[in-house]
Design a protein around this ligand. Sequence first.
Ligand SMILES: [Ca+2]
Ligand SMILES: [Ca+2]
Length: 295
Amino acid sequence: MVKGNWNLNWFEAVPGRSLPAKIEAESFDVASDVRPETTSDDGGGQNLGYIDDGDWMDYNVTVASAGVYTFQFRVANSYGNGVIYIKSEDGSTLGSVTVPRTYGWQNWTTVSTTATLAAGSQVLRIYANPGAWNFNWFNVTQGGTVQSPAVITFAALPNKAVGDGDFNLVATTTNSETPVTFTSSNPSVLTVSNASGVWKASVVSAGTSTITASQAASASFLAATNVSQTQIVTSATVAAGQKITIDPKRWYQLNNVSNGLDGLFDGITDVNVETGWGKVLPNYDAYYPCWTVKR
Ligand SMILES: [Ca+2]
Ligand SMILES: [Ca+2]
């Protein structure tokens, strides 16, 4: 005893609930700032409210045998975006599940996930982050399919040039239950679209865009980690010996070139052409403004 001088009448050591079992949320052993209230869910009794970001409830349990357990959580959520974490005494996360919006603090739904539990007496912490969901009970049953995140494979994207045609975006995934979707960070460079399940990319202009492949959770998998690749779009390329069609919408400069436009078409298109001096203007040069040239 570090500091004494107080009386003790009694204390109670409550045995942990045996799992598997259905546990009322409001029967927690210790919790942060959460409050019981009368519930209108099936079966009546109470639920917990005032479960805010970072709030938690601890339950002493005794697990019959080590292994995978399925956790069902009875929840209501007026606004959405909640997540339930199942944590062990050492703070590690054993499982998690999203709390969907139910459009009312007494509109109840059941969500489930799995966690692998050690055998014996232990504390399970139900941790809210984000919070703002109501909690009536959780039901722990032995067995279940362990959910893990799907893994997307999305290869690097070869450079494209302005004028290239549409191309398909392809990613593979370990989860065949739900589609992979794509987004473009810079639609002024590249747009993406989906028609009949095939994702196409369309070049718009020179520049770079980050293309991200995503996959939502499904029955057997958690959401995949996004995979992003950078798509570089260059200006149109010009091959050696290729004549350049003058585009009236682009800007050219040509002055004091003794051999006129021929000075532009020697196959070297990334250096200034200097073929005269002082004829019309006191300087001389001619060029075609292209950024990417093959020689
Ligand atoms: Ca609270
Ligand atoms: Ca309850």
